[in-house]
Design a protein around this ligand. Structure first.
Ligand code: HAS
Length: 544
């Protein structure tokens, strides 16, 4: 199935903005890495915190959100007949414009030095109101993207009564449903707290409440990044390796578990925050360890998919099937490297989530290492792998052997860069090195001086990542405008066996209500507590 032009244009518009943001983010990333490592000193008008904010916002918020919406739209179109109904496309374009306008507003403010608040924009650090409005537009725009996907799938369902939604479209709906729930937190924070406060309409802000609302959003945000990568691993990879989807129902189950469990866990980012009773933190820790389960199911399912495909190709013995996988195909190899990185990345997450262990690593550069393995390697490399077939499919071109080779080289450069950078970050974190600080030797303190060699390794890793990013951007430009014309397959795997999808799996009101109940149990009391008991008059801390 070839996507028709209108659907392809919508998807491509998102993907191209994503890679533009990615390229800019990579430049900022290298600059802040070199500054922190003491290799260069950034000027006052473009200081470390400004550049770090730009890097975080562009990479973690813009690259991901634009790419995800572009990819998921294409997945819905591909599995529901090759096109998107007009109302869905209209919603998609409204969303795209809102996101672009929001991006431009936020960019101006960051570059002007009015918003050096990092990508988590914690109060009481204050940015210009236009930065927050830009962020709000980004979120609202992404909602429209989600509505577009809901409408497209709904129309398909009406025409195909009784049939389950195709797996990839189901995953798109699940991801965007999760996103709708997650963004309630940040929307409330930005609209009711940050914007009025930064305009000066209210004198103070309830910092504890703002952090709680941010992390209500912040953890499901990471699953909003992860689930499209999982969709690729579950649905596209089997076809690329010449195999089958191990189990359709298992894949759907893991996505539903993410909807239920990814929000009521935010306190694991706040285990060291004041104002939250420890029993509530412990409750969120328990739920966090439960949200690990769908990832373990995914790992299991991937191993099964690989083994089945390898054996079908004649691989024998305990590991003979492994050799039969298409190691020279960038569409497989690049995401595979991401999967491998996700094993230590996920294990690090479990360390973070373990209440007592987090006391060791919280606010150290270990956490930065953790998210460069998860979002920076597992998710980003999967998105690269998607780009190698999605972009030529959308532009009517071919992934040439040269572009494939460039993809493999890019992956080695990126992977090595991450290994050096993230490895050093994890180690330094255990020594207590703080995250989010510009270059400092703490007045030549011997302990701080002993960190410097590894900070240098981090900077070398950063340079490699920059080179990798530029190869990627070059490949995106090539595949969009210069590769030879032709047809590139949009790979979608078939299930290994026909399974009856339980009807409950598509009863969205029931699923969302269940998620709401869990959220209420996990958050209602602490939220009321933090609103009612905020110390009035304390500087920078009051209820809205
Ligand atoms: Fe995390 C902090 C806990 C997953 C991103 N995380 C962060 C931050 C980010 C982030 C950005 O509990 C920093 C926020 C900030 O700026 O302050 N995280 C977890 C847990 C998981 C987890 C329990 N995180 C992610 C993912 C992210 C991400 C995914 C982005 C995409 N994280 C935390 C905690 C903190 C935190 C605390 C706060 C720390 C602090 O103190 O501030 C779990 O979801 C992880 C489960 C994953 C697995 C791995 C499954 C493996 C698979 C691959 C299979 C491989 C194959 C290939 C098949 C259990 C599916 C095999 C081939 C071979 C050859 C072997």
């Amino acid at each position: 199935v070839q996507l028709d032009r209108p659907a392809a244009r919508l998807s491509l518009a998102h993907v191209l903005v994503a890679f533009l943001a990615f390229g800019i983010a990579a430049i900022f990333g290298m600059l802040q890495g070199l500054d922190r490592g003491g290799v260069i000193t950034l000027p006052k008008w473009l200081n470390y915190y400004q550049v770090l904010t730009a890097h975080g916002v562009y990479m973690a918020l813009l690259f991901t959100t634009f790419f995800i919406i572009g990819f998921l739209f294409s997945g819905v179109a591909r599995t529901t007949g090759g096109s998107l109904p007009a109302p869905a496309r209209r919603l998609g374009w409204i969303g795209w414009w809102l996101m672009v306008i929001g991006t431009l507003m936020a960019t101006v403010e960051v570059l002007a030095g009015n918003a050096s608040v990092l990508y988590t924009f914690y109060a009481p650090m204050k940015a210009s109101p236009y930065f927050y409005i830009g962020a709000a537009l980004l979120v609202v725009g992404s909602w429209f993207g989600g509505y577009g996907m809901f409408v497209a799938t709904h129309i398909w369902k009406k025409k195909n009564r009784g049939k389950p939604t195709p797996l990839l479209a189901f995953m798109a709906v699940a991801t965007m449903a999760l996103w709708q729930i997650a963004t309630i937190g940040v929307a409330l924070e930005v609209l009711l707290q940050l914007i009025p406060w930064s305009f000066g309409w209210v004198p103070t802000i309830n910092v504890l409440l703002s952090r709680m609302l941010l992390w209500f959003f912040g953890h499901p945000l990471v699953y909003f990044w992860l689930l499209p990568a999982y969709a690729m691993w579950y649905v596209n990879i089997p076809r690329i390796i010449g195999g089958k989807v191990f189990s359709d129902t298992l894949a759907r189950t893991s996505f539903l578990l993410f909807i239920l469990l990814s929000t009521p866990v935010g306190f694991h980012h706040q285990l060291l925050d004041p104002g939250i009773p420890p029993q509530w933190k412990f409750f969120h820790v328990v739920l966090t360890l439960m949200v690990v389960v769908p990832s373990l199911m995914t790992a299991f399912s991937l191993f099964a998919t690989f083994e089945m495909a390898g054996r079908a190709k004649g691989g024998t013995g305990l590991f003979g099937w492994f050799k039969k996988l298409p190691w020279g195909d960038a569409r497989f190899m690049v995401p595979f490297m991401g999967m491998v990185a996700f094993i230590p990345g996920g294990a690090g997450g479990i360390v973070n989530a373990s209440y007592q262990l987090d006391e060791v690593v919280h606010n150290t550069i270990w956490v930065t290492g953790h998210f460069h393995l998860t979002v920076g390697t597992a998710v980003a490399m999967t998105f690269f792998g998607i780009a190698y077939w999605l972009i030529p499919h959308l532009t009517g071109r071919k992934l040439t052997p040269a572009a494939n080779r460039a993809g493999l080289i890019q992956a080695v450069v990126w992977g090595t860069g991450m290994l050096l950078m993230s490895g050093s970050m994890h180690y330094l974190g255990l020594l207590g090195v703080p995250r989010r600080t510009a270059y400092t030797t703490y007045m030549n303190d011997p302990t701080a001086l002993s960190w410097m060699p590894l900070q240098g390794v981090m900077a070398v890793g950063g340079v490699l990542l920059f080179i990798g990013a530029m190869i990627m951007v070059g490949n995106v430009i090539y595949l969009t405008w210069f590769a030879p014309k032709g047809f590139e397959e949009y790979p979608v795997g078939e299930p290994a066996q026909q399974e009856e999808v339980p009807r409950l799996y598509e009863r969205w009101p029931v699923i969302i209500s269940l998620a709401a109940v869990l959220i209420l149990v996990a958050y209602a009391y602490p939220l009321i507590d933090v609103i009612q008991n905020a110390p009035p008059g304390a500087p920078g801390i009051r209820t809205w």
